[in-house]
Each structure stands twice: as C-alpha cells, then as structure tokens.
Design a protein around this ligand. Structure first.
Ligand code: FAD
Ligand code: SAM
Length: 642
C-alpha cells in the first residue's frame, strides 16, 4: 500500500480550488455545487432513480473536496421518496486533510450541517478503504484512499450511478484510461447510468468500447456539452433478496455488534445468549484496550484490517457516546506501547519512518516524552496512538443492543442446543428441543462454542485462558492513558462493581489451562508486567489480596477472525476457490476474535451486514478473502485431511 500524499490547498485568482499537482481546477469556476447538481445528479436522473429502492449506490472517481458527495447527500436527504439508504463509494489518491476540507466547505453555508458531519468522521489519511457511517447509518461513505485503478480492483460493489470526475483527461490521463473504464464497468449494476462533464473524444470512445450507450447533453454554464451513459439492459429495481430476519447466537461484542448493525439496516434480530445478561464471557472484563497492530510490511493483511477496524471502532464509539443516556463507558485517552528493549525501540522508529503512517494514527515518542506524559519514568520510548484508549466491553454490548431498539429481541438465559433448516427457515432450539427462535438467517457469534452447533465446519480454534487483575484506582491515580508493553494497564475509571474506580491489568496467556477462576500465578504474572511497563508501580502490592477475572480467547491459526458465510462442508472440493464455493444458505459467523475483539468487532459486523445486504463491501477484496470462514475447510481438503 502506498504512502498517501495529501493534496495542498490552493485557489485560483477567482477563488476556485486549484490543484498545483495536476494544474487544474477542482470544479467549474461557475459554481461547484451547481455543477454537481447539473452534471452528476441530473446526469444520472437523480433523485428520480433512487426512489422505491432499498439502497442506491453511487461510485465516483476523484473525491476531491467531497462536493459531489455532499450535493448528493443533501438531495437524498431532502427527498421524501428517497431510498432507505444511500451508499456512496469514492476513490481519492491525494485527499485533503480535515482542516483544509473545513476551509473548502465554508464556501457553501447551505451544506454546513452535512459538511460538519463529514469532517467529524474524516479519517486519518492512511491508504486503503475507510467506511464512514453518516446520517445515523442511513448514508455510508466508503472512501478508498489510493490510486483509482488499484482501489477499484480491490472493490466489491454494484453501482447504480457512476460519477466520472477526474481532472481534465489531458492532465489526469490515468483517471480516464480504458483500463480504468473497464474496471468501473465491472462495478456497474445492470441498469447503471453514468455522467461526466468531459466530452473528450477519447473518453467517449473508451466508454463505448466498455459497453456504454453514450449521449451528449447540454453542459453546465459555459461548457456546451456533457456526457451521460447507460448500460444496455432492463431497468431492474433492486429489492432485498430475502426476508430480513436473523438469529444471532451469543451476546458478547461479536454478537451485540452484529445485532446492532443488522438492526440499523431494518432487520429483525433475535439475540440469544445463554447467560442472564450480555458480555459474561470473553467480553466481560471491566476494561480492555482499543489498540491496533502494526506490521513491518505495508501490505500485511492483519495490520491493514486492524487499522481499518480501529478507525471504524473509534468512529462508532464516538457515535454511540453521543446518543442520550448511552450506557457506554470508554475513553479515547491515548495508548502508549512501550518498546521491549533498545532493538525493539529502533524497530519501532524505523517502521514508522518507512510506512509513512499519519501522525493522527501513530507517532514514536522518546522515553523522556512518555515519562513526562505519564508523570513517572519509563525505560524506553514507544508508539503513541493518540486516539486509542480503553473500553468497558460490557457497556459497549449494552449500548449496541440499546441502539438496535425494538428491532432486537434479546433472549437471555437460553442456550441454543441445535440449529435446523426447515422449509426455508432456520430454527434454533434449546437442548430439550424447545424452539427459541426462527429466522431466515443465523449468525454464530458464540466464540469457540460454535463448534458444537456446526460440527462439520472446519473451525480450528484454540481456547486461550486469560486472567486480568484489578488494582484500586488510587494505586495509579496519576495515570491518564493506557500503557502497554508485554501487557497493559488501563487508567483509573469507574468500571468496577458499584462503579468503584479500577485499573485493569492484563493479561495472562495460558495455553491448555481451563481453570476459570483467577489464581495467584496469574496475578503475579500481571504484576510483573506492570513493573516492566511502569518501574516501581508494583511496590507494596500484595498479590494474595488481588481480585481479577478469567476469560477465554478464541484464537485462529492465522490470527484473523472468521467473518462471512459458512461453506457447505460435504459439497466442498479441493479444486474449489473461495468465491465459487457452495455456502450453506443463511448460515454465517463472526468468530475467532482472539486477543483483539474490541478492535475487530464493529467492522467485522459491518462487513457481514454489507455482504447480506449486497452493499459495497467496507474492506478490500483480499481482506474479505483473508477472513472468509471457508478458508480452513478449503485448506484441509487441499491437504487431503477431509
Ligand atoms: C483476559 C482477556 C483480556 C482481553 N483484553 C483485550 C483487550 O484489551 N483488547 C481487545 O481488543 N480484546 C481483548 N480481549 C479479547 C476480547 O475480549 C475477545 O476477543 C472478545 O471479547 C470476543 O468476543 P466474542 O463476542 O467473540 O466472544 P464472547 O464474549 O465469549 O461471547 C460469546 C457469547 O456466546 C455465548 N454463547 C456461547 N454458546 C452459546 C449458545 N449455544 N447459546 C447461547 N449463547 C451462547 C456465550 O455465553 C458468550 O456470551 C481479551 C480477552 C481476554 C480473555
Ligand atoms: C476534479 S477533482 C474531483 C472533485 C470532486 N469530485 C468533488 O466533488 O469535490 C479530481 C480528483 O481526482 C483525484 N485523482 C486524480 N488522479 C487520481 C487517481 N489516479 N486515483 C485517485 N484519485 C485521483 C484528484 O486528486 C482530485 O481530487
């Protein structure tokens, strides 16, 4: 993945935004908003075409200042007959930083409210896909930061309308190349339309060759013509392909995120949990850390997914925290990840210099700077994730379930013993065969216990015991941020029983240990970790008096979660590919979150929901494949193990 070079803010003498790099204006000097409405909206017969649809998908080349996006969102929002949801997908190689976007948007006061929402969700400028939930989840912007051709080749989407908005073809040829037009055409729905301000002969020719019926129309302001295009084919109104109901099994962060995500799309969800409340197992710690992982190479799948998931989780947490009476407890107080030794310190600095990651995401801080921030000496420098922090996962689960409103029916205190597919419907029953719920879809979000419900599925999980220890908040009262090294400690927060102030210290990794009660060995290990992070902090702690909690992580051999539809095991053959493999109708999973569930859960739920709804997917195709639940079955069959 390339390093993103942001756009530089510049204007022509008449105040039109100008690109020094491309030597062209961002929009007509006769009015950017009017141009957006004339060329891109009217050129695609909008708003009329989104009416009567569940969702409408726009795909754009060149996000620029987001004017086309804001104009589309505004037109959609003010249309009483709008589609239930608007999906906007756009690619940008040189995005503006947020402050520059705000400066640019000030020119259109009528867009101020929408522009402010966009700016507050604007991601750090790291390469790859960023999924932004706007307008309470009714509008989604999938922003692909990188070169258009590369990004389009990684996209899964069927666009209903395409906006071709590169700079002039002579100045920006790669955004109008035949290859790019073919890539766009591959993403066009059968009844898609397109529009562009350009009428260059080469553009007309490449579009015609790619299969479009091109028409010249009166252009905007001083431009005589513009182009519109239509794909030959019947006009199909997209309808949801199936009844939108789901049984979600497990109310930890995987299940609660899934229930909320489906409910926000209008699904009816039966959330079944064997305990009397959500988040009683792995998701039950009073506080955990929201921290992504970095890798040495820029293309590493785990690191890219972790980054996208971290950004998505942060945006969702801010959104949930804004809602009235939210039970959510969390703090984006920042996380420092202190280097283990001098070698690791050098690696940390080198890696950031090489990957060119945005400072809003991560920076390297010297030992002195960290010591100053923490108010106590540390041994090494380390990475600083200024927007990371801690979350109380049980309150996150409660907030997610509450956000689903009456679309989520919770069935606490019921354990699903079996699943049956009968007459096109899934039936979940308890161990005595009593029916608990029926729905068109089932999502297994019950960690390693899923294996009992689908014994045929290849789910090579390892259960890893983890123990956390609680310290009274007064012990580290000066601590204001999360500190990590080979373990972590959260700053004092009212997350204990009766809102008692606690620091959460963790965590052990105990393979092959099924002891579900906290023990002294675990506490001792955690206290040692504390001493490595914050020398002197363990002085005087009596481990025999510590309280804590045990949970079990569900880890996978490749340390990636399982997100998607389960394959039909007995129909899978060695020569199959993930894309062609037969799937069991309506059976999906969100499993294997290992030690990073707080980071994975929200985006994984968004990915599964997008798959079920046929929306543009929020992550790159190679990431979708990397988390495909069928990967282990396919590997087992290819190795002759099944
Ligand atoms: C000690 C420890 C510390 C951790 N620290 C962090 C951290 O700092 N940051 C981080 O990101 N992650 C951390 N993790 C990892 C994170 O907690 C997990 O990845 C995450 O909680 C997994 O969520 P889940 O919903 O998949 O599983 P769970 O929370 O275990 O939820 C599964 C649910 O399914 C229910 N269930 C199972 N079978 C059935 C059935 N048949 N019928 C009905 N219900 C059923 C269970 O009761 C359970 O509630 C930590 C984990 C541990 C153990
Ligand atoms: C005319 S501007 C788009 C204006 C934008 N649609 C709006 O509404 O504000 C063209 C944009 O295309 C981007 N661009 C140019 N070449 C690109 C490429 N190869 N890949 C992705 N984006 C590119 C430019 O950085 C610029 O922001």
């Amino acid at each position: 993945m390339p390093v993103i070079v942001p756009a530089r803010l510049a204007f022509t003498a008449d105040g039109t935004p100008w690109s020094e790099g491309y030597g062209d204006v961002y929009h007509s000097s006769d009015g950017g908003l009017e141009q957006a409405r004339h060329v891109f909206l009217a050129g695609n017969a909008l708003p009329a075409r989104w009416r009567g649809r569940e969702q409408f998908v726009v795909l754009e080349t060149g996000f620029g200042l987001g004017l086309n996006f804001l104009a589309t969102w505004q037109a959609w929002q003010t249309d009483p007959q709008r589609s239930a949801r608007l999906q906007f997908v756009s690619v940008e190689k040189h995005p503006f930083g947020c402050a520059d976007l705000a400066t640019l948007h000030r020119h259109w006061p009528e867009l101020a409210a929408l522009a402010a929402q966009l700016q507050s969700a604007w991601p750090p400028l790291a390469a790859g896909f960023h999924r932004l939930r706007l307008d309470g989840g009714h509008v989604t912007l999938t922003l692909m930061l990188g070169d258009a051709l590369d990004m389009l080749n990684r996209l899964t989407a069927d666009a209903d309308a395409i906006y071709l908005d590169g700079f002039a073809p002579a100045k920006n040829p790669e955004l109008w190349s035949p290859e790019l037009m073919r890539a766009l055409t591959r993403h066009a729905a059968p009844d898609a339309t397109l529009a562009t301000w350009s009428v260059a002969a080469a553009v007309r020719d490449t579009l015609t060759e790619a299969g479009w019926h091109i028409e010249k129309r009166p252009g905007f302001a001083a431009k005589r013509d513009m182009l519109t295009g239509q794909r030959p084919g019947p006009s199909v109104i997209k309808k949801p392909a199936h009844e939108r109901s789901a049984i979600v099994i497990g109310a930890g962060i995987a299940g609660a995120s899934c229930a909320a995500s489906l409910a926000s799309r209008g699904w009816q969800v039966s959330l079944i949990e064997r305990h009397d409340a959500p988040a009683q197992e792995a998701s039950g710690n009073p506080a955990g850390v929201l921290l992504p992982m970095l890798a040495k190479d820029a293309v590493n799948t785990q690191a890219r997914l972790s980054r996208a998931s971290y950004f998505y989780a942060l945006r969702l947490l801010h959104e949930l925290a804004r809602s009235d009476n939210s039970p959510l407890r969390w703090a984006p107080c920042g996380v420092v990840q202190i280097a283990r030794d001098t070698e690791h310190e050098a690696e940390q600095t080198e890696l950031l210099a090489r990957l060119g990651l945005p400072a809003e995401y991560v920076t390297f801080l010297e030992r002195e700077a960290i010591s100053q921030m923490l108010g106590r000496p540390v041994e090494r420098g380390g990475w600083h994730f200024a927007n990371g922090g801690w979350i109380s996962p049980p309150t996150l689960c409660q907030a997610l379930i509450a956000a689903g409103g009456d679309r989520i029916t919770s069935h606490f205190g019921h354990e699903v013993g079996s699943l049956r597919w009968l007459a096109g419907v899934w039936h979940a029953s308890d161990a005595h065969g009593r029916s608990l719920a029926t729905a068109s879809h089932v999502v297994l979000a019950n960690a390693d216990a899923a294996r009992r419900l689908v014994p045929d599925a290849e789910l090579p999980f390892t259960r890893v015991r983890g123990q956390v220890s609680y310290l009274p908040g007064t012990r580290l009262s000066e601590l204001r941020m999360v500190v990590c090294r080979d373990g972590y400690v959260t700053p004092p927060a009212p997350v204990g029983r009766g809102n008692e102030s606690l620091c959460c210290l963790g965590a052990s990794f105990d393979f092959g240990d099924e002891d579900s009660t906290p023990n002294e060995i675990g506490h001792r290990g955690n206290i040692e970790k504390l001493e490595h992070m914050l020398p002197g902090a363990s002085d005087g702690i009596d481990v025999t008096g510590l309280e804590g909690r045990v949970g079990f992580r569900t880890t996978t051999p490749d340390r990636l979660p399982l997100v998607g539809s389960l394959p039909t095991a007995d129909r899978c053959r060695a020569q199959d590919r993930l894309e062609t493999l037969e799937r069991t109708q309506g059976l999906h999973c969100l499993l294997g979150y290992g030690a990073r569930g707080m980071v994975w859960a929200p985006l994984a739920a968004e990915l599964l929901s997008a798959q079920l709804e046929g929306e543009p997917l929020p992550v790159e195709r190679d990431i979708v494949a990397a988390v495909d639940p069928a990967r282990f079955l396919l590997r087992a069959i290819r190795r002759g193990r099944r």
